[in-house]
Design a protein around this ligand. Structure first.
Ligand code: SFD
Ligand code: AMP
Length: 612
């Protein structure tokens, strides 16, 4: 087997929005540094933005005095029911506009209004012609990086054998030629996206594989730091976005720009009933705009009462050619499948309404959720206990995180993830310069062990398939797709997926953990018939560890903080007295034990816990 070793100053794991931003900015501050990207696909079309987007969801418009970073912090805090790292959110806010200006300079077409300002979709969002968003961003990253290694899936981070809290690099394999890759690096930036297929999607059977967030967001951003022993935060918060049924078309443009509205099956507006919310969730019902989870909650209540389908009245708003085009372009730019659903079901949206559903849950750090690694904040604004080193460094020295990988800072979206990547890139360059370390040592035995582990599924298949007498099922291995189905079923039924209308409790979760531990026992027996399946095997390993963190975090938090994302039937209320805190977890790879602690939520921007 071919083994390649690459030495670098900064290794970026994942060349998506955050990864590309990291490469660009690290080069600006580290002209002398060797900066490499390892990406499991090809950065030209990788990650959540691969298909393109039709909006940039985070743009403040400071040059036109449209919003301030403080406004943004209040908005994000209100949306996340108070639990955000305000230092990180503020830090993204103050850098996001200039990042969007760079994107425009590089060729991204941003729509303008009659006065030449960016055309707003909503208070925070602007409209783009974004089919080619990702190649544009990738071009800048390719120019900035010393080397880009496409088709390398990173499976493990490695640490300095002399210092178990110091990152030393990462290993992975080439998904096309099967070679093994060892990256030795002084700093590593994790930018490997969010996690789909943790919970069973609504799309099963013929639609299996279809999700709203990208199916190749496979939880590496969480499993890699968890395995390495980094502290994680907000892993219990899952995003349940409201989407057009079956095609998963996003709703933002429809609600905010096209001013469409949704009703229940009786034709009643249901999604602004603050009275109903106030009775159960007090002051949180008054945040403006209404928190994403509470909007879901109102929809879920309608569904429970049998008042579905929930209907998006596209037919009421597409009354001009421009609006009709905007409606179609929204999906053709970013969720082509929704346009295909319309076409295949003979639906002309200007004639006929569409159904909305709350989707299966996703684990992410960049949308209206903020799961991820617990990272150090910016030195000028982060409170002392949010600061232990360079900005965006995890609790492992030299390991940074950005985008979906960095916890606590919700509502980054594509632009904020790119901006946070830039922040992490600058910071990692500073770390390399200031720490003046030589390349950390790497233990050859560890590398040999990992090499064996990484390719084990190929060997399992090689041996196991000879025992098949008929059909495809071997008594000696399980396929990644079989393992994935088991995982999705466990999470769906025990951790608050669609089938229980997002509800769970302690007994349920304990049973889920039991079943998950049995699945984990089987994972060393995964069988891969080719390199593609080997990638699927490692994606499953990463997803399972992500799922375990979700379950354990959800168990630890004894309240229902985000109604509409998930409910604990044994603790149905928001309990500010005990749980207005972050939950931090840490996994010890040697003892295989998890530990949990609470961390304070510091309010840095005025106006109490909710947005005015
Ligand atoms: O409205 C490994 N997003 C939207 N953002 C917006 O700004 N506007 C929108 O309109 C958005 N909408 C939207 C969005 C996403 C999707 C899929 C749809 C619609 C249909 C969200 C943003 O896309 C998202 O916030 C950012 O992309 C997050 O950035 P980042 O960098 O954290 O993740 P990434 O871009 O997916 O990149 C991850 C990269 O890592 C690679 N990777 N590489 C090596 N080894 C491993 N083990 C790896 N694991 C993963 C990936 O291949 C990828 O390149 S709306 O609906 O919300
Ligand atoms: P989505 O298309 O659902 O991903 O949303 C895109 C953007 O619009 C995000 O910033 C959402 O928070 C916001 N958004 C979507 N729907 C609404 C709504 N009904 N009210 C306010 N903001 C919304």
């Amino acid at each position: 087997m071919q083994v390649h070793t690459v030495e670098s100053d900064i290794l970026i794991v994942g060349g998506g929005m955050a990864g590309c931003g990291a490469a660009y900015e690290a080069r600006t501050w580290g002209k002398d540094l060797k900066i490499v990207i390892a990406e499991k696909a090809n950065i030209d079309r990788s990650g959540a933005v691969a298909m393109g987007l039709s909006a940039i969801n985070t743009y403040l418009g400071m040059r036109w005095n449209q919003n301030t970073p403080e406004d943004f912090v209040r908005y994000v805090r209100g949306d996340l029911m108070g639990l955000v790292r305000e230092d990180l959110v503020y830090d993204v806010a103050r850098h996001v506009d200039s990042s969007v200006h760079l994107l425009e300079e590089w060729g991204l077409p941003i729509m303008k209004d009659a006065s030449g300002k960016y055309l707003r979709e909503g208070k925070w969002q602007i409209l783009i012609h974004g089919e080619s968003y990702k190649p544009i961003v990738a071009e800048a990253a390719k120019k900035a990086a010393s080397e880009v290694y496409n088709r390398i899936m990173i499976t493990h981070l490695i640490k300095d054998p002399k210092n178990s809290n110091r990152i030393a690099g990462a290993v992975g394999f080439n998904v096309r030629d099967g070679s093994f890759w060892v990256f030795k690096s002084k700093a590593v930036i994790l930018a490997s996206g969010g996690a789909t297929h943790i919970f069973r999607p609504r799309s099963v059977g013929e639609g299996w594989g279809r999700t709203w967030y990208s199916p190749w967001s496979t939880g590496s951003a969480y499993a890699l730091p968890i395995m390495a022993g980094a502290k994680m935060v907000q892993m219990e918060v899952r995003l349940v976005p409201t989407r057009f049924k079956d095609g998963y078309g996003p709703v933002g443009s429809w609600f905010l720009y096209l001013k469409s509205y949704a009703t229940n099956s009786n034709g009643e507006l249901y999604d602004n009933d603050r009275e109903k919310l106030r009775a159960k969730y007090g002051k949180y019902a008054d945040a403006k705009p209404m928190p994403t989870c509470l909007r879901n909650h109102l929809m879920i209540e309608e569904i429970k009462e049998g008042k579905n389908p929930i209907i998006m009245h596209t037919e009421k708003v597409l009354d001009t050619k421009e609006k009709e085009e905007a409606g179609w372009e929204d999906f053709l730019d970013m969720t082509v499948s929704q346009a295909m659903v319309w076409a295949s079901q003979n639906t002309d949206p200007k004639e006929k309404w569409s159904e909305l559903v709350p989707t299966e849950p996703y684990i992410m750090g960049s949308h209206a959720v903020n799961a991820g690694a617990w990272v150090s904040g910016p030195s000028d604004i982060a409170p002392e206990d949010y600061q232990w080193g360079w900005n965006r460094m995890t609790t492992i020295t030299g390991l940074f995180a950005a985008g979906d990988a960095a916890g606590g800072a919700a509502h980054k979206f594509s632009s904020g993830s790119f901006a946070e990547g830039r922040i992490a890139g600058k910071s990692a360059a500073k770390f390399v310069h200031e720490s003046k370390d030589r390349l950390p040592a790497i233990d050859d035995q560890t590398i040999e062990r990992l090499k064996g582990e990484v390719f084990q599924p190929l060997e399992n298949y090689e041996i196991g398939h000879t025992f098949i007498t008929k059909g495809t099922v071997s008594p000696y291995y399980l396929y990644p797709s079989q393992g994935l189905k088991r995982l999705e079923k466990i999470m769906d039924e025990y951790a608050g997926g669609v089938s229980t209308l997002y509800t769970t409790n302690k007994v349920n979760m304990n049973r889920g953990l039991e079943l998950l531990s049995m699945l984990k026992e089987d994972l060393p027996l995964l069988g891969a018939e080719d390199l593609h399946q080997l990638q699927r095997a490692w994606e499953l390993n990463h997803r399972v560890l992500t799922a375990e963190a979700v379950l354990r975090h959800t168990m630890f938090r004894e309240e229902t903080r985000w109604p509409g994302y998930y409910y604990r039937s044994d603790f149905p209320s928001i309990d500010d007295k005990n749980w207005n805190v972050f939950v931090l977890s840490q996994f010890d790879a040697d003892s295989r034990l998890w530990s949990f602690e609470k961390a304070p939520v510091h309010v840095l921007v005025g106006n109490e816990g909710v947005a005015p």
